[in-house]
Design a binder for this molecule. Structure first.
Ligand code: CIZ
Ligand code: SF4
Length: 332
């Protein structure tokens, strides 16, 4: 990044008293600009509580929406309203259709639990049914709460996170639209058929490859990975948990990490012992769309009175989505 671009961004942030936050999966040069970097939970929490009213959010759409839902009076603008492909796999229509399908199977008592990687409209549907949001950092705790409702859990949109949670509690799970009606009827957790295209890349073959090559290597993966991958890993955690785990290892300890490329390459830059658990580059295309130049363009336009890419939500939807998000924050 050119020094001049960085200076201009800093000047404009100061001039407009704006907060700039970036998700861990953003490019290094964007992370470098941020007042703070974090996972979706940390970013939503800290950005919504910050004293600055203007938030420049570098991440994907649902993350900017979460800040707006929690702090409706703030202005949230994004250099790119990049979408998370997993969040786009379910709309409020598909949510309704899933409910109809479950009802047609005779399942009425449903507790919906949505991963934060979903749109405000979908979170609103979940909130309206008394359900809850989770992130990968608090999924276990929120899942325990969902279980206490003594209903069948409908987990969306990530079938892998849903299945990994069910496995953790020795529960039976099924995937709506994939498994038979009998399997659905016998399961405690019914997962929507969504997934993360990036975390799908990590395979059991990759784990076997690294274990054969480096005798004592540790494997750390994100819970968006497939259940068979998670089962063979030494550590499973959210991005912030993976960062803490790897940073806590001695430099001599080899580790292969299954999560987004930008994060992994920043983990231990001075060590030759951190590997990306994949033979291809696991980059999230939409996380990588945002550049410092986009940040500068957004701020220059704002400075000239043109507000681009602002997150605006229908009040009813935002209020209903807030119920499910607030419940999560209360529990975590
Ligand atoms: O919650 C997030 O920020 C995501 C998408 C990943 C993670 O585990 O932090
Ligand atoms: Fe969505 Fe996967 Fe990209 Fe995360 S890495 S933003 S879950 S597509």
């Amino acid at each position: 990044m050119q020094e001049r671009t960085k200076e201009k961004i800093q000047e404009l942030l100061e001039k407009h008293n704006a907060l700039l936050v970036a998700h861990f999966y953003q490019k290094d040069e964007v992370v470098e600009l941020a007042h703070f970097c974090g996972d979706s939970l940390e970013l939503a929490r800290k950005a919504s509580k910050d004293s600055r009213n203007l938030v420049v959010f570098c991440g994907v759409g649902f993350m900017g929406e979460s800040v707006k839902i929690l702090a409706p009076n703030k202005r949230v603008i994004m250099p790119k309203i990049a979408c998370c492909s997993m969040a786009r796999m379910i709309s409020s229509d598909y949510y309704d259709r899933s409910m109809e399908l479950l009802k047609s199977y005779g399942i009425e008592d449903i507790f919906p639990m949505t991963y934060i990687n979903s749109s405000a409209e979908v979170k609103a549907k979940v909130g309206a049914m008394g359900g809850v949001v989770c992130t990968s950092a608090n999924a276990k705790k929120i899942f325990e709460y969902a279980r206490s409702a003594n209903k069948r859990i409908f987990f969306l949109p990530d079938k892998c996170l849903g299945a990994n949670l069910a496995d953790m509690f020795n529960l039976k799970y099924s995937i709506l639209g994939m498994d038979s009606k009998e399997d659905i009827l016998q399961s405690d957790v019914i997962c929507y058929n969504g997934f993360c295209s990036v975390h799908q890349l990590f395979s059991v073959d990759d784990i076997d490859f690294y274990r054969q090559k480096y005798e004592d290597i540790l494997i750390a993966v994100h819970p968006e990975c497939k259940p068979e991958v998670v089962k063979k890993a030494d550590f499973v955690g959210s991005t912030s948990q993976i960062i803490a785990y790897v940073k806590g290892l001695p430099d001599s300890q080899a580790v292969a990490v299954g999560t987004e490329f930008n994060l992994v390459s920043r983990l231990r830059p001075q060590s030759n012992n951190t590997f990306v658990l994949s033979s291809t580059i696991p980059e999230c295309p939409t996380m990588n769309e945002t550049s410092p130049e986009d940040v500068l363009k957004l701020l220059e336009a704002y400075d000239q009175g043109r507000v681009h890419n602002e997150i605006l939500l229908d009040k009813e939807i935002a209020d209903m989505a807030k119920r499910a998000l607030d419940k999560m924050l209360e529990l975590s």
